[in-house]
Design a protein around this ligand. Structure first.
Ligand code: SF4
Ligand code: SF4
Length: 181
């Protein structure tokens, strides 16, 4: 997976999938992507872009508009968005920037392309019902402080309600393959 939005790498014509933007425009949240005229307001108001040298929502929208499907789905920067929706509120063209990013993340996840940290988090949810593993030390410390025990997660019910989620099916297969090695 690439470290940056890869917008500076030379684009090969073989990378371009012209129908990609139309595909996105048919998805919930992606409908207005064709309206973007690259003014850069989303980037200038984005709190994450302010502290990152690589994260640029405008560039993500541009790559998607250009049809750079694989490049944008494989970009690590896609996962930096904090979903604060400032960009969506400020876009003069009414592009739902944050929603487009969500749509792109969903597509990437469906193809099993997600940073390892999110895969680990998904496993943790499936295993324990919690988004991260609570260290034993912390559980013991609660006891010594006289705090009540944490509510138990219900991974069985969670797994049941998440049946059929493509991303989870893919990462479960990945884990099985890892265990076989
Ligand atoms: S603010 Fe809207 S029109 Fe301007 S670059 Fe961002 S998405 Fe495009
Ligand atoms: S929703 Fe994401 S892209 Fe938009 S302003 Fe917030 S962090 Fe930036």
């Amino acid at each position: 997976m690439s470290e940056t939005a890869d917008s500076r790498e030379t684009i090969k014509s073989s990378e371009i999938e012209p129908s990609f933007k139309y595909e996105l425009s048919k998805m919930h949240g992606g409908e207005k992507i064709l309206r973007c005229f690259q003014c850069g307001t989303c980037t200038s108001d984005c709190p994450v872009a302010r502290f990152s040298e690589t994260y640029r929502p405008r560039t993500i929208i541009h790559m998607a508009q250009l049809g750079l499907r694989e490049r944008v789905l494989k970009s690590n920067t896609l996962w930096l968005c904090a979903a604060c929706f400032t960009c969506t509120d400020r876009c003069p063209q009414g592009v739902e920037v944050a929603s487009v990013i969500r749509v792109l993340r969903n597509l990437a996840a469906e193809e099993g392309i997600a940073p390892a940290v999110f895969k680990e988090q998904a496993f943790c949810i499936l295993d324990s019902g919690y988004a991260y593993k609570i260290p034993e030390l912390r559980i013991k410390k609660r006891e010594t402080q006289g705090l009540p025990p944490l509510p138990k997660g219900n991974p069985k019910n969670l797994r049941k309600s998440l049946t059929g989620v493509k991303f989870l099916e893919i990462i479960k297969k990945e884990r099985e393959q890892q265990n076989e090695q």
